[in-house]
Design a protein around this ligand. Structure first.
Ligand code: ADP
Ligand code: MN
Ligand code: MN
Ligand code: MN
Length: 331
């Protein structure tokens, strides 16, 4: 047991995760534990400089553990980290494209008319100027906050549907992908809160002829990134084809509303791939097809998917499973 001293505000120092105290919270208030056994432990796993309180203040990412020493059922990081460790010789890189929609307090996309719709999609993607994009102050404040925190953010763009945006995080090594994406999401919600907008990661916020929101997942290994890499890219895609259902099962909720085969998506029931094909499950970028090596893009994950589950199952499917530590299913 930690002494109460560890619960005080920490002294100024460069901390490693092992030097930080383990905290706990009431998991019954978050749907993570039953009321009669509610303590969930927070085990620090990554540290980021705080863009709000500024250095030396830190943000700490933690894994959730149960009192009996098993990972909490929502701790998807633990299994993903084991897969990354088991296959570290592959040197996996991931780059995720987080799409999201900014909503007003009535849950309407920001800037949309209350009783109608904006003009059809077309002029908004990568747009600039009033009438094309909204809330760029949130987007840019978020970008700066990510840079301050050391998140490997690598770009941003206005999306096809008005009030929808995207930012990219990566390339990141292995488990770092999930860590950086989760912290980037936390920062986005915090900043949007300060500027009076809600962030939606629903994959189809507006039904009809409006693009949904995804979390395109770009992936490569050391063999894929060098000359002759296409052979390894094709091998991986063949393996992904055989486990389409298993991937869809962990690629986010309500994804069937988005993966219709329209609006730059592939169909949820059918696996497909192609060079430069934005209507496929997997796209090999044109430049990669031309060079013969590089990476590929899994376009299936929804914007609300868990990056640990995505990156974990990609490693499992391509390179093999590891033994699970999850608690046995409840009787
Ligand atoms: P799109 O054309 O699909 O919109 P983006 O430019 O938005 O593509 O995103 C490309 C993503 O691919 C970025 O997150 C980037 O970090 C990632 N990426 C680039 N090269 C690699 C690579 N070799 N391995 C894994 N991810 C990569
Ligand atoms: Mn993109
Ligand atoms: Mn996009
Ligand atoms: Mn993409």
């Amino acid at each position: 047991m930690k002494s109460n001293k560890s619960l005080q505000t920490l002294k100024e120092k460069d901390y490693t995760v092992d030097e930080l105290p383990i905290w706990n919270f009431d998991g019954s208030s978050t749907g993570q534990a039953p009321g009669d056994n509610s303590d969930v432990y927070l085990k620090p796993v990554a540290i980021f400089p705080s863009p709000f309180l500024l250095s030396p203040n830190i943000l700490v990412l933690a894994e959730c553990w149960n009192a009996d020493g098993t990972p909490n059922k929502f701790n998807y990081r633990h299994e993903a980290a084991k897969l990354m460790k088991a296959h570290e010789a592959q040197e996996p890189w991931f780059g995720l494209e987080q799409e999201y929609t900014l909503l007003d307090m009535n849950d309407r996309p920001y800037g949309w008319p209350t009783n109608g719709y904006p003009a059809p999609q077309g002029p908004y993607y990568c747009g600039n100027g009033a009438g094309k994009v909204v809330q760029r102050d949130i987007v840019e404040a978020h970008y700066k906050a990510c840079l301050y925190a050391g998140i490997k953010i690598s770009g941003t763009n206005a999306e096809v549907m008005p009030a929808q945006w995207e930012y990219q995080v990566g390339p990141c090594d292995g488990i770092e992908m999930g860590d950086h994406l989760w912290v980037s999401r936390f920062l986005l919600h915090r900043i949007a809160e300060e500027l009076g907008a809600k962030v939606s990661v629903h994959p189809k916020p507006i039904p009809g002829d409006w693009n949904g929101a995804g979390l395109h997942s770009n992936f490569s290994t050391k063999d894929m990134r060098v000359e002759g890499g296409m052979k390894y890219i094709e091998e991986a895609i063949k393996k992904l084809e055989g486990r389409h259902k298993e991937h869809i099962a962990v690629y986010g909720e309500d994804n069937e509303k988005r993966l219709t085969g329209r609006h730059e998506t592939g169909s949820i029931d059918q696996f497909s791939y192609g060079v430069a094909n934005r209507g496929a499950s997997i796209r090999i970028p044109r430049e990669v097809g031309a060079k013969g090596f590089g990476y590929f893009e899994d376009r299936r994950p929804a914007s609300n998917a868990d990056p640990y589950r995505i990156t974990g199952i990609i490693m499992e499917t391509c390179f093999g499973a590891v033994e699970s530590d999850a608690a046995p299913a409840e009787k």
